[in-house]
Design a protein around this ligand. Structure first.
Ligand code: AMP
Length: 215
């Protein structure tokens, strides 16, 4: 089963994707994670990508489609979770064509609905463990011991360079201008399901499970 988690930055796509990986053995394909890796490469391309990401703008369709194509051809899995991809209609068309070529289908698109003020609060307090990827929040989910990951004990806790209010506003604008048209696109294809992204993590996971069980 191949699915897309769709929603603005901070909607909880990464958190829910990680649960699906653990519970269903699916593979998470996060273009944001791939690009964060690319930016540390020190190449000219990596530097350009870093500047665009820090401003909160989208990198070109060509770059992200190339990254996804490489992963899809290289891995076989019991299913892919597309997290943060596609983000434009061009990317959505390219994904459809790529899956067709590989004899695969897109089974569901889950929109994680959240309100904008909640997003700003969520994102500006967010930090993650650099070792295991666990996601924390200053107010709603602090670590039990300050500076130490609850899950793996690492002290490598970090904040994303683009998780500040100014860059978040740009990311939201990009979402509404370029990504939100995908909701209509996938609705028209009969693929769209919606869940309340502001519910408790467990309840969001249960709602996603219900949606996937219907597929
Ligand atoms: P994310 O981790 O999904 O929030 O992505 C972080 C940043 O990476 C975004 O603000 C964009 O600059 C870039 N990015 C991630 N995925 C895409 C995509 N599918 N298309 C264009 N830019 C992307």
């Amino acid at each position: 089963m191949n699915i897309i988690l769709l929603g603005p930055p901070g909607a909880g796509k990464g958190t829910q994707a990680r649960r699906l990986v653990e519970q269903r053995g699916m593979i998470q394909l996060s273009t944001g994670d791939m690009l964060r890796e690319a930016r540390t490469s020190g190449t000219e391309m990596g530097k350009k990508v870093a500047e665009i990401m820090d401003r909160g703008e989208l990198v070109t369709d060509e770059i992200v489609i190339g990254l996804i194509e490489e992963k899809l051809r290289g891995e076989s899995a019991s299913g892919f979770i597309f997290d943060g991809f596609p983000r434009t209609l061009g990317q959505a068309d390219a994904l459809g064509a790529l899956l067709d070529k590989l004899g695969q289908s897109l089974d569901a698109v889950i929109e994680m609905q959240v309100d904008d003020e909640a997003l700003v609060r969520r994102i500006t307090g967010r930090f993650t463990c650099g070792n295991c990827g666990e996601v924390y929040h200053d107010e709603t989910k602090p670590t039990k011991v300050e500076g130490v990951c609850d899950v793996c004990g690492s002290t490598e806790l970090k904040r994303r360079a683009d998780d500040n209010e100014e860059s978040l506003r740009t990311r939201l604008l990009e979402y509404y201008k370029k990504t939100s048209p995908l909701l209509g696109y996938y609705y028209a294809k009969g693929k769209l399901d919606r869940v309340d992204g502001l519910a408790e993590i467990e309840d969001v996971a249960a709602a996603i499970k219900d949606a996937l069980d219907k597929v």
